[in-house]
Each structure stands twice: as structure tokens, then as C-alpha cells.
Design a protein around this ligand. Structure first.
Ligand code: AMP
Ligand code: MG
Ligand code: MG
Length: 328
């Protein structure tokens, strides 16, 4: 049997969730190529979405990638797929992605009966077409290592929980990029997950800091839970750092959204770690979910006791960051 036929046969024999992740891997890479093309053309057409006088930037790359991801998923599966994206679908791009990644289909037999039972109408797909826009826009002014912090995030939720995710890092390495993907219960792929490090590196925001973010980090340092703090951009990149040896991602502030955490949560959970709000509560990703992670974000890899970080966050910080599951 030739390769093409074999691939089709594997596709036909796979369950919906593996097919969805398999396609999403290629779609995220095509979105990443669009992002790189728009950056290289040099005109990002930046808009500030913030209404409070602060900066919440959107570029043509965010818009084009959102279009590519949503339309490709709908064309491949169904236009009834429930997709919640950060950006509106405005910037039309000509080529949609129809290919899929065989490596994902090879893991199909590891899916549980529950994963196998998932149907297209059961999932909510959370899309952040370009995470780390502040860093992306800043890097436009000069070639910059900040581009490593840019990711494409596509998370898949079932019964309100993040069950699978794809994180594409378009500028990884010398710009060849890499794609990380995970299905909870099957595993995390595309990255060698690194175990316990000698020093406890804690990663946090570089462009959305507040006095409370800094206070929480200082308290963790005093308790021996943060030997050093690295301020890097993007929720996707910070979770990658946790897979590569950082002890925790700590963000004691509202502002991060469900599309920022859905895919990274699947990656960290499927490798044995945790991602919750700052008080240790799970995040809810149903269609009626509150969009903002008002309870902050706390992620730890498998070798860290998540509870140690939850317990170290002071009560007044937790009290000022309540998490509401559904929209109220
Ligand atoms: P950061 O850690 O600052 O790179 O943020 C991670 C994600 O959360 C990015 O998509 C940010 O745009 C988003 N985010 C965090 N804080 C805020 C905020 N105060 N306003 C808008 N977006 C935020
Ligand atoms: Mg984002
Ligand atoms: Mg974004």
C-alpha cells in the first residue's frame, strides 16, 4: 500500500479526537507560516483592542492566523464546530490547510473509551492564533529573541475540561519551528519533557505585571519556592518553560484568557503536571465559560507539588482573585 493510502486508512480508523488533533497540528503550522510571512513583509497593521487606555495589541498576523485556523477546522470537520477565538474572523487568507499529521494518528489506540466516544458536537475549541503579541510587535522593530516567545494555541475542551491541545512555536530554533501536542491520558509529544532542576525557576509575565504579581513572587522566593524569576511573554511559552525545567508559572492577576490556558493546560496535564487558578481551582472551558481567568494562573510540571505553590500564595491575594466558572 502506498503512503497516501495508508494515511487515509489510518484516518478512517481513528476516533474523532485523534483526527481533530492530527489536523490541528498541521493547521497550527500553516498559521505559524502566515505569522512569519506577515512579519517578514514588515507591516503588522497594529490595532490596540484595549478600552481602558492600556495596551492589548492585535496585528494582521493575529487576524490572518485566526481566519486560517477557524476556517480550516470548519472546512475539515463541520461549520457547526464550537470555536471560541481571541480575534474576529476578518482577514481572509486564500489557502486553508487540509492535511493532517500521521504521528498523532499513530497514538490513536492509546485513547480511552471515553475519549473515543467524543463527537464533534461535544467539544469547544479555544483558539489564540498568536500568543505573545506584545513580544511579536516589539520584535518587529529589530530581529529579536523575543520571537521565540510567540506561539499558536489551539485547545480542545470536553465536558468543560481541557482534554487536548496543540502549541506551535513558529520561530523555534533557527526559525524552523516546532509543534507540541497532547491528549490527556495519551501523553505530551513534540518536546522532551525535562525533570527536576537544581534551582527553582519561576516564570511570569513580562508585559502585564502588577504590584500583586510582584508581591506573590516575593513571597514564593521567601518560602524557598522561587530561586529566580524569569519574565517572559505568552502563556504558551511559559508552559513550554515549565516542560523544560522551570518549577512554576505564576500569574497572580486577572487578564489571561481561556484561549491562553486551554492548550497549554492539556500539555502540562498530559505530562503529569497541573494548571489551575492561583488558588488551585480547576479552570472551566465550557461554551458558557467566563472568558477571563479572573483567578489568575498557576502551572507546575510533574515533579513539583502543585499544592506547595497554592499554599504559599497568601490569603489576601487569593481573595482578590475570585474565579467564576460560567459567565454570570
Ligand atoms: P503574558 O504572561 O503577559 O504574556 O500574558 C499571557 C496572555 O494573557 C497573553 O495572551 C496576554 O495578552 C494575556 N494577558 C495577561 N494579562 C493581560 C492583561 N492585563 N490585559 C490583556 N491581556 C492580558
Ligand atoms: Mg494570548
Ligand atoms: Mg493572542
Amino acid at each position: 500500500m502506498d503512503g497516501q493510502k495508508q494515511a487515509e486508512q489510518m484516518w478512517n480508523q481513528s476516533c474523532f479526537i485523534t483526527r481533530l488533533v492530527s489536523s490541528t497540528v498541521r493547521i497550527s503550522e500553516t498559521a505559524g507560516n502566515l505569522i512569519k510571512r506577515i512579519m517578514s513583509e514588515g507591516d503588522l497593521k497594529v490595532v490596540n483592542k484595549a478600552t481602558d487606555g492600556k495596551a492589548d495589541l492585535q496585528t494582521e498576523a493575529d487576524r490572518a492566523a485566526q481566519y486560517c485556523i477557524e476556517k480550516s477546522l470548519q472546512a475539515k470537520f463541520s461549520d457547526k464546530l464550537k470555536i471560541i477565538g481571541e480575534e474576529d474572523v476578518t482577514s481572509v487568507v486564500p489557502n486553508l490547510e487540509t492535511n493532517f499529521c500521521i504521528d498523532v494518528l499513530k497514538q490513536d489506540s492509546k485513547c480511552s473509551d471515553e475519549l473515543r466516544s467524543i463527537k464533534p458536537e461535544d467539544v469547544v475549541i479555544w483558539v489564540d492564533p498568536l500568543d505573545g503579541t506584545s513580544e511579536f510587535a516589539q520584535a518587529a522593530k529589530s530581529a529579536s529573541p523575543l520571537l521565540q516567545q510567540v506561539t499558536v494555541l489551539i485547545g480542545i475542551a470536553y465536558k468543560g475540561r481541557s482534554v487536548a491541545g496543540v502549541v506551535h512555536q513558529p520561530y523555534y530554533g533557527n526559525g524552523q519551528g516546532r509543534t507540541l501536542w497532547a491528549i490527556v491520558g495519551v501523553g505530551t509529544f513534540g518536546i522532551p519533557v525535562i525533570g527536576k532542576s537544581a534551582s527553582k525557576v519561576v516564570v511570569t509575565t513580562r508585559s502585564h505585571s502588577t504590584p500583586m504579581v510582584t508581591e506573590a513572587l516575593e513571597i514564593l522566593a521567601k518560602q524557598g519556592l522561587a530561586d529566580c524569576v524569569e519574565r517572559v511573554g505568552g502563556a504558551g511559552y511559559k508552559v513550554i518553560k515549565c516542560l523544560e525545567g522551570a518549577a512554576a508559572y505564576v500569574f497572580a492577576s486577572p487578564g489571561c484568557k481561556k484561549w491562553d490556558t486551554a492548550a497549554p493546560e492539556a500539555l502540562i496535564t498530559a505530562s503529569g503536571g497541573s494548571l489551575t487558578d492561583i488558588s488551585g481551582r480547576p479552570l472551566y472551558y465550557g461554551m458558557d465559560a467566563q472568558i477571563t481567568n479572573t483567578g489568575g494562573v498557576l502551572a507546575t510540571p510533574y515533579w513539583v507539588q502543585h499544592e506547595d505553590y497554592v499554599n504559599a500564595i497568601p490569603a489576601h491575594v487569593k481573595a482578590s482573585l475570585p474565579e467564576f466558572a460560567a459567565k454570570n
